[in-house]
Design a protein around this ligand. Structure first.
Ligand SMILES: Nc1ncnc2c1ncn2[C@@H]1O[C@H](COP(=O)(O)OP(=O)(O)O)[C@@H](O)[C@H]1O
Ligand SMILES: [Mg+2]
Length: 384
């Protein structure tokens, strides 16, 4: 049972179908991308614990695979007690659905290097926190993803605006924000990490990425980091995934700055920046790795087969539309060593991610030219 049926879920389901699995795809709206390739579907509000209990009782899944954070994850502990495998674990899903739980675990319990941070539950508390952290600083709702409600405070006048942004865009019932020191990073990476039921923890070659409006725009693999930085990131990813327990693929995010490697956050599931692996950059892409790890198939090694880059295909920024139409695919087909995915979302929203383009070439290829090529392909696809 897949909880969340977006584009990452869709690729995961395709991997699962290739190994003969039966998949129930769940989301809050019908015809979501993963539903189009699953065996059956359920449309429910996944923050509603009773609705969740009802479909789990109805289908009796062997595995529950969350694809998003906005789920009543407290219920997961109960499902584990019933003998259902929650991926990667109820603990991991619960700790990562709230920035506070995972940040305190990483910084306080495990001693990982993170940006300095404070929490605030009112504008007054936030002003005091900004004073302590210093300007510039980054403000985020405790429960949100894809940069929603996130802003950077550059002057004191921004404080109230940031508070309002974070508290109106917060998901769930929580009116608390995190205030983080602004990290002036040279590059940021996702370290895809695979924990196994029986076998050692493996790491994919690091993925570099660039974000805009809090959302990923392009990613590339491998990303240029020093061997020392990579070793430190791997050490931290190993520690935090072991602590959260369970088997699966995780997207562990780091900033590479002047002060060394800084842990940012992690997803206990495939990561959007990891879509670059759809360009066959590795022996298994991130969705195949997640599937193999959760099924308990041993993964012997992860190898870099090609260098790759991905660039997102976004909906126009003006309005929301039903049944979008795509053009320009013929033109993308003339660009060698590239590929395109259209997710098949039934509706656009401003800047919604509708597809992704990938470009790939032999290892050692100039990464900037690969990134340019992925962007060129993405730009040829028009959504209307
Ligand atoms: N403390 C920070 N300093 C500098 N940039 C940051 C900081 N926190 C977040 N960012 C930028 O915003 C992006 C999204 O933040 P993140 O914490 O990963 O939120 P989300 O859960 O929405 O992905 C990051 O990938 C990074 O580019
Ligand atoms: Mg992130």
């Amino acid at each position: 049972m897949l909880l969340g049926s977006g584009e990452l879920g869709k690729e995961f389901v395709i991997s699962a179908q290739r190994l003969g699995q039966y998949v129930i795809a769940v989301d809050s709206y019908d015809n979501a991308p993963a539903m189009q390739v699953a065996d059956t579907r359920e449309v429910i509000d996944m923050l509603d614990g009773e609705a969740l209990d009802a479909i789990v009782a109805k289908h009796q899944p062997d595995l529950i695979v969350p694809e998003i954070e906005a789920i009543r994850t407290e219920r997961f502990y109960d499902y584990e007690k019933q003998g259902i495998q929650v991926v990667p674990s109820a603990k991991a899903a619960n700790f990562t659905m709230n920035r506070k739980a995972i940040r305190d675990l990483a910084a306080k319990d495990l001693g990982l290097k993170t940006a300095k941070y404070r929490y605030a539950t009112s504008l007054e508390e936030m002003k005091a926190a900004v004073e302590e952290i210093g300007i510039p600083c980054v403000v985020k709702p405790l429960m949100s993803s894809s940069g929603k409600g996130q802003s950077t405070i550059k002057t004191e006048e921004d404080i109230e605006k940031s508070w309002n942004m974070a508290t109106t865009k917060s998901r769930g019932d929580l009116n608390e924000v995190i205030i983080e020191e602004f990290i002036n990073f040279r590059t940021e990476i996702t370290l895809l990490t695979v924990t196994q039921k029986n076998g050692k923890t493996l790491f994919c070659p690091p993925i570099g990425h660039r974000q805009e409006r809090g959302d990923y725009q392009e990613s590339w693999q491998p990303s240029g980091v020093t061997p020392e930085e990579l070793a430190e990131a791997e050490r931290m990813a190993d520690l935090v995934t072991k602590e959260l327990t369970g088997a699966g693929l995780w997207g562990v995010e780091f900033f590479m700055g002047d002060e060394g490697v800084v842990f940012s956050e992690l997803s206990p599931r495939p990561h959007d920046t990891g879509m670059v692996t759809l360009g066959n950059t590795q022996n298994f892409n991130e969705f195949e790795l997640h599937l193999r790890a959760v099924l308990g198939l041993p993964i012997e090694e992860i190898t870099l087969e090609q260098a790759g880059a991905s660039a997102v295909i976004l909906a126009p920024g003006d309005s929301a539309k039903q049944n979008p139409i795509y053009s320009g695919l013929e033109e993308t087909a003339t660009i060698p060593k590239s590929d395109v995915r259209i997710f098949g979302k039934p509706e656009t929203r401003p800047f919604r991610r509708m597809g992704v383009a990938v470009a790939f070439d032999k290892p050692g290829t100039d990464m900037q030219s690969l990134r340019d090529r992925a962007k060129e392909v993405a730009d040829k696809v028009k959504v209307s």
